[in-house]
Ligand binder design. Structure first.
Ligand code: F0G
Length: 352
């Protein structure tokens, strides 16, 4: 059995003594090389996807949740709460269940993908749909936690960031050094903040180097690119449909300090990259394709010259979490009688 993340990296994580081990074998996700896509983007560089969809509840949130829930249960909390566009909800629900805690999740009504909502329900969380946005839901849970002894497990909780740093450590351990570029989607901005903390810390301890960070938002929900909050964020990438990122300042600082930047891509670019990744055998939810979509756009525009570089794109969540978009756009598969000749005809027909 591989060692739980929190044990493996414990000396590097700023967690209180009372933190308990609440694990579902999160982390240790693969770095998958994408030589064909690298070639399409001009070639001469190494491109990897870190497939965070392979975490126990299908997203990177599990890295932070093992820490946040472990800390909460260790200090005697009985209930945890979060606002979520879906993945945090499913993860909080699973780890709370594991620890024997009650989980409450607030989600924006009608804007959470089926696989995430089903996960939160399956793991036994109390799910409340808010007639508003993720930003409204976050505001409400913060207020609630000030009034009641309920543990907040959004990424405002510092232990979430501690847990999520482990992804940066893993990348350095596997590659032997930090990559030249790290690309990832940005929503509430906890993850980009965690990666930068993790890379800086490892560099101080092990001289592993530092990546430039390319944070990517959806153009309909791009407050960090526009420089002001977005009142009504809208994007097909519902995971990052956020107009007031809680850690926006830190995200901008991470991008700037690293020599990178935060950019926006359109929903069309996101969906095109989701398709490209699927054609490599990697099905991710739309938000997860944003980082790589942004990188490809920068390369194609000549703003990033990747030759000789090593690039890692973080694919944050599994495609199974959000099948709606694929199901809606796909043609209904033809129905055929149990008849060998008819099947044969269909199989041998030329495909376009
Ligand atoms: N990718 C996926 C699949 C996500 O679910 C999220 C965030 C992000 C990227 C962005 O990460 O917020 O740290 O910048 N999802 C949160 C949620 C908001 O509630 O599940 P971030």
């Amino acid at each position: 059995m591989t060692q739980p993340l929190l044990q493996r990296y414990r000396p590097y994580l700023d967690l209180p003594e009372h933190t308990q081990l609440v694990t579902l074998s999160e982390g240790n996700t693969p770095l998958i090389p994408l030589p064909r896509l690298a070639e399409q983007l001009g070639g001469g560089f190494e491109l990897y996807v870190k497939y965070e969809g392979l975490n126990p509840t299908g997203s990177f949130k599990d890295r932070g949740m093992t820490a946040a829930i472990g800390e909460a249960v260790g200090r005697g909390a009985k209930t945890v709460i979060c606002a979520s566009t879906g993945n945090t909800a499913a993860s909080a629900a699973a780890y709370a269940a594991r620890a024997g805690l009650k989980a409450v999740v607030l989600i924006p009504q009608g804007k959470v993908a089926a696989g995430k909502l089903a996960g939160a329900v399956a793991y036994g969380a109390q799910v409340l749909q808010i007639q508003g946005s993720f930003d409204d839901a976050l505001h409400l849970v913060v207020e609630l936690c000030q009034r009641h002894p309920i543990a907040l497990v959004n990424s405002l909780n510092p232990y979430r960031l501690e847990g999520q740093k482990t992804a940066a450590f893993e990348i350095c351990d596997v590659l032997g050094a930090a990559p030249d570029w790290l690309c990832l989607p940005v929503g509430n901005a906890g993850n980009i903040t965690s990666y930068w903390m993790g890379f800086r810390q490892y560099n101080q301890l092990q001289q592993s180097g530092l990546p430039r960070i390319l944070g990517v938002q959806a153009s309909g929900a791009a407050p960090l690119v526009l420089g002001h909050p977005v009142e009504h964020p809208e994007t097909v990438a519902t995971a990052i449909r956020i107009g007031r990122p809680a850690r926006g300042e830190q995200a901008l600082q991470a991008a700037e300090e690293s020599g990178g930047r935060i950019i926006a891509v359109s929903d069309e670019q996101i969906l095109a990259m989701q398709k490209t990744l699927a054609s490599e055998g990697i099905w991710v939810e739309p938000a997860s394709a944003a980082g790589l979509a942004g990188f490809a756009a920068e390369v194609e525009a000549g703003r990033i010259q990747p030759r000789g570089k090593r690039v890692v794109a973080i694919c944050t969540g599994h495609g199974l979490k959000d099948p709606d978009i694929i199901v809606k756009s796909m043609p209904t598969p033809p129905q055929i009688a149990v008849n060998l000749a008819l099947i044969e005809e269909a199989v041998l027909a030329p495909t376009i």
